[in-house]
Design a protein around this ligand. Sequence first.
Ligand SMILES: Cc1cc2nc3c(=O)[nH]c(=O)nc-3n(C[C@H](O)[C@H](O)[C@H](O)COP(=O)(O)OP(=O)(O)OC[C@H]3O[C@@H](n4cnc5c(N)ncnc54)[C@H](O)[C@@H]3O)c2cc1C
Length: 320
Amino acid sequence: MILVVVEYANGKVSKSTWEMITAAQDSAKDSGRDASITALVLGSNVAAIAAEVAKAVDQVLVADLPALTQYDPELWSAAVAQIATEGEASLVLIGGSRSGREYSPRVAIKLDAPLLEDVITLKAAGETLTAQRYTYLARVTETIEAAAPIAVVTIKPGVFNPATPKAESAEQFDVDLSLPTPRLKITDKTVERTSRVGLTEAEIVVSGGRGVGSAEGFTQYVEALADQLGAAVGATRAIVDAGWRPYSEQVGQTGKTVQPKTYIAIGISGAVQHLSGMNKSKTIVAINRDAEAPIFKIADYGIVGDVTQLIPAILTELKK
Ligand SMILES: Cc1cc2nc3c(=O)[nH]c(=O)nc-3n(C[C@H](O)[C@H](O)[C@H](O)COP(=O)(O)OP(=O)(O)OC[C@H]3O[C@@H](n4cnc5c(N)ncnc54)[C@H](O)[C@@H]3O)c2cc1C
């Protein structure tokens, strides 16, 4: 059995979950292993999530418990390890999200299993798993192998095509868990209010750098263009550090990795640390007044010009 730990947000199954299901299907092809895919839903009041994911897998295991209302790495890892052991899973797939990256090593330790992180391809043959992942700021792709009866794998978001739901639904089963006593206490929560699509889920990302001039310039050019295109907003570290934008919008080595269909870089020089977070985008458009800016080396389309003149002109055309 392949166990996929379902990620969801705001009452909906996240894109990363559909991508993990595709990764599970890819790994199972010609593998000679038990290729049935089981989705595990952890949380409280998660019936709608379980019903949604049931359309793309062979079975759904649901742990709907008040104790799982808040994500807690100790509870999540205990639950996943228990279910993987009981179900004799050969593969445990976890999203490469912040939380997934946090609790996946704990699951691997509990299962005494190898951990393959942030993978972009996945194949199984007998007990051997072969995966690829980016390294050296995503300039090199390395191939890694693990030979073990069970392996834990985190899937890089935005790489695999999301699986398409079928008409029929898989059976759902409630599971009993023996969870440890929680040691983590949430004392406060800050909810970011945004009407925009999430950065790692978006098909179009409009990002701004120091070339937009100021926080006001960012609103005037980057946010305005993103709103017009129904896109998510991203930023470079330079302007996040300057306090123009929140850290949650930072794209790059120490920020988020995005892989949208279209990435529009406005007033961004193209430092390697920024490129490593967006250089796998399908189409890259760069706007910069310096024709020698490194961003143009990876851009599919480039406009050399001043942001203050180009963006208003583009917005006027789009509004027509
Ligand atoms: C360990 C480490 C980790 C890092 N992690 C990240 C990361 O995750 N993400 C990240 O982004 N950076 C990261 N950085 C920082 C990175 O090295 C760069 O400093 C940063 O990306 C530069 O941001 P920028 O492109 O906005 O600014 P700049 O490099 O200053 O570029 C501004 C660009 O705007 C252009 N411009 C200026 N005015 C205009 C105008 N009016 N019209 C058009 N174009 C204009 C300029 O020609 C220039 O190319 C990291 C650095 C280190 C050392």
